[in-house]
Design a protein around this ligand. Structure first.
Ligand SMILES: C[S@@+](CC[C@H](N)C(=O)[O-])C[C@H]1O[C@@H](n2cnc3c(N)ncnc32)[C@H](O)[C@@H]1O
Length: 229
C-alpha cells in the first residue's frame, strides 16, 4: 500500500478537502462569475494580475482563512509525477494549509525519503500547514519556510527534481528565475493556474531550456514544464 492511499492520509485529505471546499465556496463562486463575465477569462486574469502587481501581500493576506488548494485529482497527479521522477528534493511556492504539500511529501516517503521546501507568507497558514503535516506523519520530510518566497527560496542547497509553482500568480516568473540555478536537468515544473503571460512565454520558449505545454484541464491553466537543457 502506498502512503497516499493509507487510511491515515486518505481520511485526513478527505477532511481537508471538505474544509477547503467550505472555506473557499464564496471565493470560487465569485471567480466563476468573473470567468463568465464581460471580458471573459482573459479580463479576469488581467484584473487579478493588476491587483496583485499593486500589492500582492495585501491580496493574499485577505485570503488568510482560505485554503485555495489543489483539487484531489491534481493532488494525485502531483503525487504521481513526484513518484515518476523519483523526486528527492521538491520545492513548493505557495504552501497555504499544506494540502499539496501532503501529496508531495507522501511521494517523497514512497520514493524512500527526501526533502520538501515549502514557502508561505501568512504566519497562521504556516502554523496550520505544519499541524497538518504532523497529522499526516510527514513533518520529518518538510521544511516550510515562513515569509515571502522571493526571500525564503533564495538558497535551496541542492538539485531540485520537482518545483510546484502555486503562489501569487504575478510572481511565477520571478520565483522560477530565482530557483532556476538549482533545477536539475530533467526537473519537472508544475505551474498551477499559470495564467501569467510572461511565465507562459518564458517556459514555452525553447531558448530558455524548457519544453512546456498546457495540460488539458478545462481552462485551469495548469502548465507542465520540463527542464531539458
Ligand atoms: C493557491 S494557494 C496555495 C495552495 C497550496 N499549494 C495547496 O494546494 O494546498 C497560494 C498561497 O501562496 C501564498 N503566497 C502568495 N504569494 C506568496 C509569496 N510571495 N511568498 C510566500 N507565499 C506566498 C498565499 O498566502 C497562499 O496561501
Amino acid at each position: 500500500m502506498n502512503t497516499l492511499d493509507s487510511s491515515r492520509l486518505a481520511d485526513l485529505l478527505a477532511r481537508l478537502h471538505r474544509d477547503a471546499q467550505a472555506s473557499d465556496r464564496e471565493h470560487l463562486e465569485a471567480m466563476m462569475v468573473a470567468f463568465d463575465g464581460q471580458g471573459g477569462p482573459e479580463q479576469m486574469v488581467a484584473d487579478i494580475l493588476a491587483e496583485e502587481r499593486a500589492d500582492y501581500r495585501a491580496i493574499y493576506h485577505g485570503y488568510a482563512d482560505n485554503f485555495l488548494a489543489v483539487s484531489p485529482e491534481y493532488g494525485r497527479f502531483i503525487y504521481a509525477i513526484a513518484r515518476a521522477c523519483k523526486a528527492t528534493l521538491i520545492v513548493e511556492f505557495g504552501t497555504s494549509m499544506g494540502i499539496s504539500t501532503i501529496y508531495l511529501a507522501a511521494a517523497l516517503r514512497d520514493n524512500g525519503g527526501g526533502h520538501l521546501i515549502g514557502s508561505e507568507m501568512e504566519p497562521a497558514k504556516v502554523a496550520r500547514a505544519r499541524a497538518n503535516l504532523d497529522a499526516a506523519g510527514l513533518a520529518d520530510l518538510v521544511d516550510i519556510r515562513a515569509g515571502d518566497a522571493l526571500d525564503t527560496l533564495q538558497h535551496v542547497g541542492g538539485e531540485i527534481d520537482l518545483l510546484l509553482v502555486d503562489g501569487a500568480f504575478s510572481l511565477y516568473l520571478p520565483v522560477l528565475k530565482l530557483v532556476e540555478p538549482w533545477l536539475k536537468p530533467g526537473a519537472v515544473i508544475l505551474g498551477e493556474n499559470a495564467f501569467e503571460p510572461g511565465y507562459q512565454a518564458y517556459v514555452r520558449d525553447p531558448a530558455n531550456g524548457y519544453v512546456s505545454f498546457a495540460l488539458p484541464d478545462e481552462g485551469r491553466g495548469n502548465e507542465f514544464t520540463v527542464k531539458v537543457s
